[in-house]
Design a protein. Structure first.
Length: 255
């Protein structure tokens, strides 16, 4: 029996590793297919940087990003804003109110907190500093890969430091991330997610200042398997759920 349990844990760990490797392979393949052109620096009063990994990037039609539903909500209510990032979503999205979807973002599938941190200085130099950051699933791939929790928290803090150095008045919205499918949420992974939630709350309290607000948004409460297209990624309903929570907090913070 003990040998069987150990084998099950190995199988689950290999499954999680396979998810991350597959996501990273897709992302790298897409980046190689078409070189990214340098984009003009935005002059919007609300430059919004969607930052993270595959939950930001999306891979329509297999799974969705929250960005499209959020863009529709903000556009419908006539907010002035511009999504920024060095990445561009090449999927097909319907126009909305005669507007074309703003596809810019900073999400690459499979990336860990260390990889996001390493790339961020060059990315900010290319795009300019954002006014608002949507920090998606911080440490999510670290958890899936079983990387050290303390290192994930250190990287998240360093990412926030870089963003605040780029814009001392920046607002950073950081997720208490939604869980993966219940079939893959082992006790160890669930504990890691819970620790990340607690760590994010602490980070928000410590990193907020009079000029720069760092605030958490709860994506976990009320989230269910029905919102997932696979083990970790959103379907349309899940993308709408996440987008609505971002929208609710954004509209209290935007100019």
């Amino acid at each position: 029996m003990k040998r069987f349990i150990v084998q099950m844990k190995k199988t689950q760990k290999n499954r999680l590793l396979g998810i991350v490797i597959c996501i990273a392979f897709i992302a790298l393949s897409c980046n190689k297919e078409e070189a990214q052109e340098t984009k003009p620096i935005s002059t919007s009063i609300n430059k919004i940087l969607p930052l993270g990994a595959s939950r930001v990037e999306g891979n329509r039609p297999e799974y969705e990003s929250f960005r499209y539903e959020l863009w529709k909500g903000l556009s419908e209510n006539e907010w002035t804003f511009d999504f920024i990032g060095t990445q561009s979503d090449e999927a097909n999205y319907p126009s909305f109110n005669s507007l074309d979807f703003d596809m810019d973002h900073e999400g690459i599938g499979g990336w860990t907190s260390a990889e996001i941190l390493q790339a961020l200085p060059d990315n900010l130099e290319e795009t300019g500093a954002p006014d608002i950051v949507l920090f998606s699933s911080p440490g999510g791939n670290d958890a899936l890969l079983g990387l050290p929790y303390d290192e994930a928290i250190e990287n998240i803090n360093s990412i926030i430091d870089l963003l605040q150095n780029a814009n001392p008045n920046i607002t950073i919205i950081i997720e208490l991330m939604a869980p993966g499918h219940s079939n893959m949420m082992t006790p160890e992974l669930t504990t890691y997610f819970q620790q990340l939630h607690q760590g994010v709350v602490t980070i928000c309290g410590e990193q907020s200042s009079a000029n720069s607000l760092v605030v958490e948004v709860d994506m976990s409460t009320g989230f269910s398997d029905a919102y997932l297209a696979d083990d970790v990624h959103y379907n349309v309903a899940g993308a709408d759920f996440i987008a609505q929570r971002y929208y609710n907090i954004l509209t209290t913070l935007m100019e």
